[in-house]
Design a protein around this ligand. Structure first.
Ligand code: CA
Length: 384
């Protein structure tokens, strides 16, 4: 006979058994979950990714071309080879002016080039390379990374499934190579010049004809007389292309590209498919390559200029009346760019507000310091 006095003991025993069984089950589930998670993260951590970067530059071009090479190297080093990137110059997979579409369509995961090349498709993209008489490299970097510029750029490219990153700056460029001297603004009449972006429209409004030509073809275009003038970058990269062999007069300052910013474009689907640590590596690799380009141009421009001058290049400053005409037409071109484009208006507002603020401080910092330094040090070039 079951004795009633044993009932509480049996109940306690059954409850304890239940707790034990449930506990074991839960522990087994948890350990199964951990194993799954560990296996998943181990498989992500060991998964290899291979990307392609297509560029708008001729293969192995120093300066502009080094950004893509640096990006590939930085990414591979930081990821210990989990993400590798092969660099393709213009024309190897797609022509220079199809880089944006190639990244948008996933033909390549990354692109390197200049946003103003896509002006026909995205007019407001010109703000992210250069605005004539606009911000310098230092100011552009400030606007992009601390002034809201990059967020607006991401919005601008979002409909194309492309994420932009700053891709290096040349600093202030040269106004370009001319096969004849410019004495007054009237000398711009009828001049055919390779000059892209908003500056091309300014040049057209000033009496010239702007022509859109990729870097790989500018030398031949000058040599064969297709164009009379060409702006490319500055002494370091212009000498690499041999532009001193096809024009005698080298004009400054680069009113049209005072801090030309290049871009990395990343296919959003490819970026989203990376584990978060590789996404961070991509972000920081672009940031490092961005700064590196400015450093390289800063270090190399003067030695290249001295070498060009020694080889017979004639250095000239643009006459003030030429600059005045170009400035007036730049204001008209900007107004017409933003007239019917709400996104361009938004970006222009952000750009202009930042430029005005930073200019106020640079009056008493960068400019004040350079003025003072010029007073105490001997002049390098004859002052106009
Ligand atoms: Ca340029």
């Amino acid at each position: 006979m079951f004795e009633r006095r044993f009932l509480p003991i049996v109940v306690v025993f059954l409850v304890a058994l239940l707790v034990l069984v449930v506990g074991l089950w839960a522990s087994d589930r948890a350990s199964y979950g951990n194993t799954v998670n560990q296996t998943a993260s181990k498989s992500l951590a060991s998964q290899q990714y291979h990307w392609k970067i297509v560029t708008t530059w001729p293969k192995n071009l120093p300066g502009l071309g080094s950004a893509a090479e640096n990006f590939a190297r930085f990414v591979s080093e930081m990821s210990d080879g989990r993400l590798t990137v092969t660099v393709y110059g213009a024309g190897e997979i797609v022509p220079a002016f199809e880089v944006f579409d190639a990244v948008s369509q996933g033909v390549a995961e990354v692109g390197h080039g200049a946003s103003y090349y896509w002006k026909g498709k995205i007019p407001a993209a010109v703000f992210y390379t250069a605005v004539p008489f606009g911000m310098t490299a230092q100011e552009m970097n400030g606007w992009l990374h601390y002034g809201g510029g990059l967020e607006l750029w991401r919005q601008l490219y979002a409909p194309f499934g492309v994420i932009p990153f700053a891709g290096g700056s040349t600093g202030v460029q040269m106004a370009g190579w001319f096969n004849r001297e410019l004495k007054t603004a009237a000398d711009l009449q009828g001049l055919k010049m390779r000059i892209p972006g908003l500056a091309g429209e300014v040049f057209n409004a000033s009496g010239g004809t702007a022509v859109r030509i990729a870097g790989g073809e500018v030398y031949t275009s000058m040599q064969t007389g297709v164009i009379d003038a060409v702006e490319w970058v500055g002494p370091y990269n212009d000498r690499t292309l041999g532009l001193n062999q096809v024009a005698d007069y080298y004009y400054y300052p680069g009113w049209h590209e005072p801090g030309a910013m290049l871009e990395f474009t990343v296919n959003k689907k490819a970026f989203d498919a990376l584990p978060s640590d590789l996404q961070a590596i991509v972000r920081y690799a672009t940031r490092a390559a961005n700064q590196d380009m400015l450093d390289e141009f800063t270090a190399r421009n003067n030695e290249s200029l001295q070498s060009l001058l020694a080889d017979g290049t004639q250095l000239r400053k643009l006459p003030d009346d030429v600059l005045k005409v170009l400035y007036d037409n730049a204001q008209t071109a900007l107004a017409s760019l933003t007239a019917n484009d709400p996104m361009a208006q938004k970006i222009a507002h952000s750009y202009t507000a930042f430029a005005n603020d930073v200019r106020a401080y640079h009056e008493i910092s960068e400019r004040a310091y350079l003025n003072v330094r010029d007073r105490v040090l001997p002049s390098v070039f004859p002052r106009p």
